[in-house]
Design a binder for this molecule. Structure first.
Ligand code: ATP
Ligand code: MG
Length: 384
């Protein structure tokens, strides 16, 4: 019978909190495997999936769970020399180099690990005359893991998972999700550090299309395969942009827009019990992503920090992650983002805070923020 052995990562470093981390991880795994048949077993700090039907689907989903570093699909047999030998003698290796690695957690097992590995190696050679034993750099390592539960697990592959920390173990954050390449990646990176995400998107009908919004929903759905369900807050930004366009110096359009976005985001974040705002900004990538712009943007926030995990990444690095998490192809679809509406010819690259504030004073900011909140639409994105 097959079992899937799961390996946890940094959890081991967490001392006292280990139990809590493990419980959260297990509940995240259950959420991820919703709708599939399986049994989850926990013994002595090990997690295992047994009695499942859809191996590929289960493995695929487990590789997207934060907090797992790797997994192996193993054959489970009774922990007796006969049962293990019997299974090992069915292994086919053709002309590969290999070694057998026996790990005996159950010291009652009658043969020493070294002796048993040699014996099993001999059996494999008998059945695979072209295979070659190679102790230092074998192509295949056959692991035999003899456990205290009366079972042994035999496997030869480890599949890499995400690593990181289980979702929610670091708290909750609100991701500013545009239709671009960077913000989904930023969300992924922070979720990997244990943050549960909600998302907020600003759109500008009729200047931006329905497809532009659909694109963001698709991005959130793809992201949710990693970060589980996402509550997506959609905010109409048309009025704000029209007002800024009418009343403020054009070169401050983006600066003031971003300050108002932050205010709306902060109110929603606090209401949803989120402790930080996440953006996809990367230093120097565009005019609005200079140190000075960021300072002026942050000034609009009352107390929440902004996390910008892409800040030190090159575009190339960001694209690489976007491809890995499969958001890239959607991100490059050519629909307008609200940031491109009323775009001034010469946006200020190093805005002065005093000037931004005085331009902004031409607006009734509180009223605009309230109007954004009044039109809030919530879309619940489900991962599977
Ligand atoms: P992205 O690729 O994420 O769109 P970008 O390089 O296009 O980023 P900007 O458009 O300057 O950069 O936006 C910077 C960040 O501001 C984005 O990463 C995102 O977090 C946030 N943002 C921009 N536009 C929106 C929007 N319409 N709704 C929500 N957040 C937005
Ligand atoms: Mg953008």
């Amino acid at each position: 019978m097959k079992s899937i052995l799961l390996r946890m990562g940094e959890l081991f470093l967490k001392g006292e909190n280990r139990g809590m981390f493990e419980n959260v991880l297990v509940s995240n795994i259950r959420k991820k495997l919703e709708g599939l048949n399986y049994k989850l077993q926990r013994t002595r700090g090990r997690i295992m999936i047994a009695e499942f039907d859809e191996e590929n689907e289960i493995v695929e989903r487990l590789t997207k769970v934060f907090g797992l570093v790797s997994l192996s699909v193993a054959e489970e047999v009774d922990a007796s020399p006969t049962a293990i030998s019997q299974y090992v003698s069915t292994i086919k290796l053709s002309n590969k180099t290999f070694k057998v690695d026996v790990n005996r957690a159950d010291k009652r097992f009658p043969i020493s690990s070294m002796d048993f590995a040699a014996e099993l190696g001999g059996e494999i050679l008998e059945n695979n005359p072209n295979a070659i034993v190679e102790l230092y750099h074998p192509e295949i390592v056959i692991h035999v893991d003899i456990r205290n539960n009366g079972k042994a697990y035999i496997f030869d592959k480890s599949i890499k998972c995400q690593g990181g920390l289980p979702l929610s173990t670091s708290g909750k954050a609100l991701l500013l999700l545009s239709g671009g390449i960077d913000s989904p990646v930023a969300g992924y990176m922070m979720a990997k550090r244990g943050l549960k995400l909600q998302a907020i998107h600003f759109y500008s009908y009729p200047y931006t299309s329905e497809q532009a919004k659909q694109k963001v929903i698709t991005l959130a759905r793809k992201l949710s395969e990693y970060v589980d369900d996402i509550k997506l807050h959609c905010i109409s930004f048309t009025k704000v942009q029209e007002e800024i366009h009418a009343k403020c110096a054009p070169e401050f359009m983006i600066t003031i827009m971003r300050r108002i976005m932050m205010r709306v985001a902060e109110i929603i974040a606090k209401r949803e019990d989120a402790g930080a705002i996440v953006t996809g900004e990367s230093l120097g990538q565009v005019a609005s992503q200079t140190m000075q712009s960021m300072t002026v943007t942050e000034d609009a926030l009352e107390s929440l920090p902004i996390f910008r995990p892409c800040i030190g990444l090159d575009k190339e690095d960001i694209v690489k992650i976007a491809k890995e998490i499969d958001t890239f192809e959607t991100s490059i679809l050519p629909y307008e983002d609200c940031c491109t509406v009323f775009l001034p010819k010469n946006p200020v690259i190093k805005p002065k805070l005093s000037k931004a504030r005085s331009e902004e004073a031409n607006l009734d900011v509180d009223a605009l923020v309230q109007e954004c909140l009044a039109g809030e639409e919530i879309i619940n994105i489900k991962s599977y």
